[in-house]
Design a protein around this ligand. Structure first.
Ligand code: 13P
Ligand code: SF4
Length: 346
């Protein structure tokens, strides 16, 4: 006699259908047993979300069991900041890194904003303090101060406008000042300068010295080798890569832009010069596409886990709760709201 599947079996089946093409380690994809192991946890987290009136926002770089198991919204930094601003839930759990959770708190101060692991920093955000930015501003008093969203709340509070990788060109091109103090990503600043020059926009871009430890190590000679081995290959890069890598790529853009490019481009193979989580999302959502290795792991994004999300929802540790000085939050909000005003509307 046939028996109805248990809720755990049904959840394992749902997860397996989504994850079956995703690499869980090089050369090995998810199997049913692995989905069966996590199913009780995703069921429990989804129940806790309802009980506690919580939403989970997940950046595309976190583990696929978080993105497809429990997230309410998944995407790039810009999309998730819009979702944080719209959220009406009592609690927002941000599966990403601390600066993203801080941004959610700036935008939704009435919500309790939780970060699964307080150690999930970011080499860019951690590269520049508010004091250091104040010194730079004193050296370039006529410059417009533009901060990449990968920055602390204090750096945002000292900036005229915040940007993300998806709107940085548009926003800088439309600022009245010719001189721009762009922090904290030196490589993105160089890439923006090159791209704006190509578009006929003349800006002087001064940068601080941060880089992303995941993207700054991709290498343009490896791109040339890959093209020789895989004819027809399309190379897709994030603007946190070096200018040499950006010049060698077919497409450079935000994580959302990169996903869009792959979905809308016919090619036999893609090389994704970014965090491996993005390849996982494409393996779920565009399973026909083929990816050659080469992506890298962000150790901070990978600090997120289902277990830590459950612990935060059950009884958050004080370290998991984002708190901000109200004056800093207020000033940081101005630079983020200016981004929403100036960003292209599409
Ligand atoms: P996106 O804004 O493109 O999602 O990038 C965030 C990030 O941290 C890239 O390393
Ligand atoms: Fe920061 Fe780089 Fe990780 Fe993105 S990938 S969160 S920029 S360290």
């Amino acid at each position: 006699m046939l028996t109805a599947p248990t809720p755990v079996d049904a959840e394992a089946e749902r997860l397996f259908r989504l994850l079956l093409n995703v690499d869980c380690e090089p050369g090995r994809t998810w199997n049913f047993e692995a989905c069966r192991r996590i199913a009780p946890l995703t069921l429990e987290i989804n129940r806790l979300k309802q009980e506690k009136d919580a939403v989970i926002l997940a950046h595309s770089y976190v583990e696929p069991e978080i993105i497809y198991g429990v997230a309410d919204f998944k995407g790039d930094s810009y999309f998730l900041s819009l979702k944080a601003r719209e959220a009406r839930a009592k609690t927002i759990v941000f599966a990403g890194v601390v600066f993203m959770a801080e941004t959610a708190k700036i935008l939704s101060p009435a919500a309790t904003v939780l970060v699964p692991d307080r150690g999930s920093g970011c080499s860019l955000a951690d590269s520049l303090t508010g004091d250091q930015l104040r010194e730079l501003k004193a050296a370039y008093p006529d410059a417009a101060v533009v901060c990449y969203i990968n920055s602390t709340a204090e750096v945002k509070a000292e900036s005229d406008v915040c940007v993300t990788s998806g709107n940085v060109h548009h926003i800088i091109a439309h600022l009245p000042q010719r001189r721009i103090l762009f922090v904290p990503d030196r490589l993105m600043g160089q890439n923006v300068r090159d791209e704006l020059k190509r578009r006929g926009v003349d800006k002087e871009i001064i940068t601080s010295d941060g880089t992303c430890i995941v993207h700054d190590v991709f290498d343009a000679t490896a791109v040339a080798d890959a093209r020789a081995r895989f004819p027809g290959l399309k190379v897709v890069a994030h603007p946190e890569c070096t200018p040499e890598v950006a010049a060698a790529a077919d497409y450079v853009g935000s994580t959302g832009g990169m996903m869009n490019y792959v979905r809308t481009t016919a090619a036999p193979y893609f090389l994704m010069l970014t965090e491996c989580g993005l390849v996982g999302r494409l393996q779920v959502e565009d399973p026909e596409k083929r990816f050659i290795g080469g992506c890298r792991l962000c150790p901070y994004m990978k600090m997120n886990s289902l277990e830590k999300i459950r612990a935060a929802l059950v009884a958050p540790h004080p370290e998991q709760i984002i708190t901000l000085d109200e004056d800093i939050r207020h000033r940081a909000l101005r630079s983020i709201e200016r981004m929403f005003e100036l960003a292209p509307k599409d």
